[in-house]
Design a protein around this ligand. Structure first.
Ligand SMILES: Nc1nc2c(c(=O)[nH]1)N[C@H]1C(S)=C(S)[C@@H](COP(=O)(O)O)O[C@H]1N2
Ligand SMILES: [Mo]
Length: 509
């Protein structure tokens, strides 16, 4: 265990100097995420939420601890074999790190290799202390208590532990320092006032009912879903975005300043994750600042398929190797498809894609909202399947009309009398026209709709319910502006988003 700890600590220390993403736990974790079957990943997102990555890393550490114990036991008998086993783990870590899509080259193998070498040496030395002294057979097991060099072992073990702790701390501080330029570039960024402001959120769009999600989701509360074990810290001053592919007259590479020089627009757009279950939390509304992607594409000669353009899929690539494909038709149909730089009055937080991400109203995040974007390629759906599509999710995924009861909470115990039932409904880019609530098996009754901000944002609703004693089931459904009523047909999140009605069971006292 001590040898394993030393290996990990040294690996993390070296990773702090090379790249935090090149550390063995992050690299193996990333490789595991990419290879996890979609259903398992979806399950993990649903059950662990934003902690899914923490659980993955704890899992990796637990597996490593078990292997460390096993190798230690082997080493007591076969010292060299045990040490070689540690080196083997170094190879696994090195392969994982250099094979990551965001790998910057062979240097990414360094953390794992250095860690494994140190781990192997520590194991070899420590086990040596557990052997009989003198010229006895080097491959013999020391019978318990017989001639152990206890003092030597304790000293060596203590040294290994202290050394590991030191290396671990060093790694921490180094990787903290790694993103310093990126942090500075974010801090120094002053977003210009957008030429086209969002209109003020209408009074009454946000209900003052306790328990209802705020109309604008604060950045700190905004859901986060991505595959990044370490949040990429990108320096805006060296960031580049390449735009190229079919129908692009002349490929371009844009800088952050190039974007700032363009006309900036400010828009309220509600983002939703395809992994959001009925009633789930992966939906949030923010005020974004960005440039109109369609204008940029049109300047480069791109035409949507309906105007004869050759490309029907826009594939966005991120610095961490994510690929996200959106229909060119949707991006260019006049909706506010943004290359976003600002979120709720500040530069994008790192976790939400600093310096630039995409946001397209009406499409689930996995087919539209590439964070840490660095490349846009115009291609076709036939020619290329992006990351999630390769893993069984749909090529095209417009957001389904959904509604959620925010209050009362499941299993709440309100008092008889008037109970405010309230929540949110969304059908981005179509708009919400009606929300209805049903109590038990009663008739559908129309809820009061809060004022609409735009059809790209969610809409709040409330329903004063004359609650009677006993257990009750409250169910909600929405109707969007196309007249389509939210379906009661329950589907899973995979492949193109959950559907069904949200209901909450309460007991009225
Ligand atoms: N680079 C990158 N961008 C990404 C993802 C990702 O894993 N990596 N996940 C997508 C998904 S599935 C969603 S729902 C949104 C979530 O954006 P948020 O984390 O800012 O809420 O980001 C999208 N963009
Ligand atoms: Mo998502």
């Amino acid at each position: 265990m001590l040898a394993g700890l030393a290996a990990l600590a040294v690996a993390e220390a070296v990773a702090g100097g090379v790249r935090p993403q090149a550390g063995p736990v992050v690299a193996v974790g990333g490789a595991a995420i990419d290879r996890t079957p979609a259903a398992v990943k979806d399950w993990a997102i649903r059950h662990f939420g934003t902690n899914d990555k923490l659980f993955l890393q704890l899992g990796i550490l637990a597996v490593l601890a078990l292997f460390a114990l096993a190798l230690g036991i082997v080493a007591l008998r076969f010292r060299r074999t045990g040490a070689a086993g540690v080196l083997l783990f170094g190879v696994v870590g090195a392969l994982a790190a250099t094979g990551r899509p965001d790998s910057t080259g062979i240097a990414d193998a360094l953390p794992s290799v250095a860690g494994a070498v140190v781990g192997a040496v520590v194991l070899y030395v420590l086990v040596g202390r557990l052997r009989p002294r003198g010229p006895a057979d080097q491959d013999a097991v020391a019978p318990p208590g017989a001639g152990w060099d206890r003092r030597g072992f304790v000293i060596a073990a203590g040294a290994a532990a202290v050394g590991s702790a030191g290396a671990g701390l060093l790694g921490r501080s180094l990787s903290g320092a790694g993103g310093r330029d990126a942090v500075a570039s974010r801090r120094n960024l002053v977003l210009p006032v957008p030429a086209s402001r969002a209109r003020a959120v209408p009074k009454g769009a946000g209900l003052r009912i306790p328990g209802v999600s705020p109309f604008v989701t604060p950045n700190g509360d905004f859901y986060r879903v991505d595959t990044a074990l370490v949040v990429p810290k990108v320096d805006a001053t060296t960031w580049r975005l390449r735009v190229h592919g079919q129908g692009v007259r002349r490929p371009v590479t844009l800088t952050f300043d190039d974007l700032l020089r363009r006309e900036l627009v400010e828009r309220d757009i509600t983002l939703t994750c395809v992994s959001n279950e009925v009633g789930g939390p992966y939906v949030g509304n923010a005020r974004w600042i960005g440039v109109q992607l369609a204008d940029l594409l049109a300047e480069l000669g791109v035409k949507p398929p309906s105007a004869g353009g050759p490309a029907d899929q826009l594939v966005a690539r991120s610095v961490d190797g994510m690929t996200i494909g959106s229909p060119v038709e949707d991006v260019m149909d006049g909706r506010d498809a943004l290359l976003a730089l600002g979120m709720n009055g500040e530069p994008l937080p790192f976790a939400h894609g600093f310096p630039v991400r995409m946001v397209v109203p009406g499409l689930y995040g996995f087919v539209s909202a590439c964070k840490w974007i660095k490349d846009i390629e115009l291609t076709t759906f036939d020619a290329y399947d992006p990351y999630w599509v390769k893993r069984g999710w749909a090529r095209r995924a417009p957001i389904k009309t959904e509604s959620r009861i925010d209050t009362p909470k499941p299993f709440a115990r309100p008092k008889t009398g008037t109970v405010m039932v309230a929540g949110v409904a969304w059908a981005q880019h179509r708009g919400i026209d009606k929300v209805e609530v049903r109590v038990d098996d009663g008739p559908w009754q129309e809820a009061r709709l809060a004022a609409e901000d735009t059809r790209d944002t969610w809409r709040q609703w409330s329903f004063p319910w004359r609650a009677t004693k006993g257990g009750h089931t409250l169910t909600v459904r929405a109707t969007d502006r196309t007249g389509a009523v939210q379906t009661d047909r329950r589907t899973k999140t995979i492949p193109d988003g959950a559907s069904g009605w949200h209901s909450v069971v309460v007991t009225v006292d």
